[in-house]
Design a protein. Structure first.
Length: 320
């Protein structure tokens, strides 16, 4: 990474040294107020600051530009500059990201980001370069847990025969099936009605999504199994990246790292706030026998191998 060389002169001269003024768009599918969206706004503000006002990024929340999966295609083609996506959504495009869908991959949040910010996480990011994309940083998306309408989940045995909405990815489907339940792929916007009408018995997501989606209104049982914690990811098109000067790239990298650090903590704080609001609304928060869930790991790994969606070394390798 090249150092920024600040020379004497006017502010205009400093901007000229930084590079030409650029304008980019960033797609975000979460609404205003969500810590993920606020993290993207902070990134845009810092990028402008650290590039002397020459890199201007407009954030479009609430899927105003396109849905998450479509944004990946557009970034890859260079018709969209930036997008914040979940690694589960990236997995169907680049197999290696399927590693983050493995249950109980990380033992703690601290260990998670030690791995993601270290050699292992950066090795996964490097795969984006073969698809005309640049990966900046990992952001927090919470730990996914099961929640249900009628039957509380207190152990892995309770999952047997139940129908759960899952993200429409092979790894998510295999995970639920391996735990003894029926997987029903469904777009996120359809989940509330699916829970309400009995198409599915439950779903799985983090506390923030459980609360902000209103799913807690119809599915009152939330089980703290924490089976999956796929991170979010900020990506940039190679086309947009190539437009930036080296000092601008350095400013954008610095902005993303600072925004990621802030967002990770903000997401943790909002998880706790969302939990409190759900409990106030009468939801039952259930402590799960996680040890028994972890014992299903060999069965899950046999299933995930059959999908061939695990791209990080031998399937079953835990990132540390």
């Amino acid at each position: 990474m090249l150092p920024v060389k600040k020379e004497e002169g006017s502010e205009a001269a400093g901007q000229a040294d930084m590079g030409e003024e650029l304008h980019f768009k960033l797609a975000e599918n979460q609404p205003d107020g969500n810590p993920v969206t606020e993290g993207m706004k902070m990134f845009a503000e810092l990028a402008k600051e650290y590039t002397g006002g020459t890199v201007n990024i407009d954030v479009y929340p609430n899927a105003a530009l396109c849905d998450e999966a479509s944004s990946i295609d557009q970034v890859q083609m260079g018709t969209l500059d930036f997008s914040r996506v979940n690694t589960n959504t990236m997995a169907p495009v680049i197999d290696i990201f399927g590693v983050f869908a493995m249950p109980y991959l990380f033992s703690s949040t601290e260990q998670k980001y030690k791995a993601l910010d270290g050699e292992a996480g950066q090795a996964v990011l490097s795969a984006l370069s073969d698809y005309n994309m640049v990966g900046l940083d990992y952001y927090e998306a919470g730990s996914r847990c099961f929640y249900t309408v009628n039957k509380p989940i207190r152990s892995v045995a309770d999952l047997k025969g139940m129908k759960f909405r899952v993200q429409p990815t092979e790894v998510a489907i295999s995970m639920v099936q391996a735990l003894g339940a029926e997987a029903t792929p469904m777009e996120y916007g359809e989940v509330f009605q699916g829970l309400q009408t009995g198409i599915v018995d439950g779903a799985e997501n983090d506390f923030v999504s459980y609360f902000t989606s209103g799913h807690y209104e119809v599915a009152k049982y939330y089980s703290l199994d924490g089976h999956m914690a796929p991170p979010a990811l900020l990506i940039c098109s190679q086309a947009a990246w190539d437009k930036m000067s080296d000092p601008q790239k350095e400013g954008v990298i610095k902005a993303s790292k600072e925004a990621a650090k802030w967002q990770r903590q903000a997401m943790q704080d909002f998880q706790e706030e969302s939990r409190a609001k759900c409990e106030e609304a009468g939801c039952e928060i259930i402590e799960v026998d996680v040890k028994s869930s972890r014992m299903q790991w060999p069965l899950y790994m046999t299933s995930i191998r059959s999908t061939k969606r695990c791209g990080y070394g031998p399937c079953g390798t835990v990132i540390t």
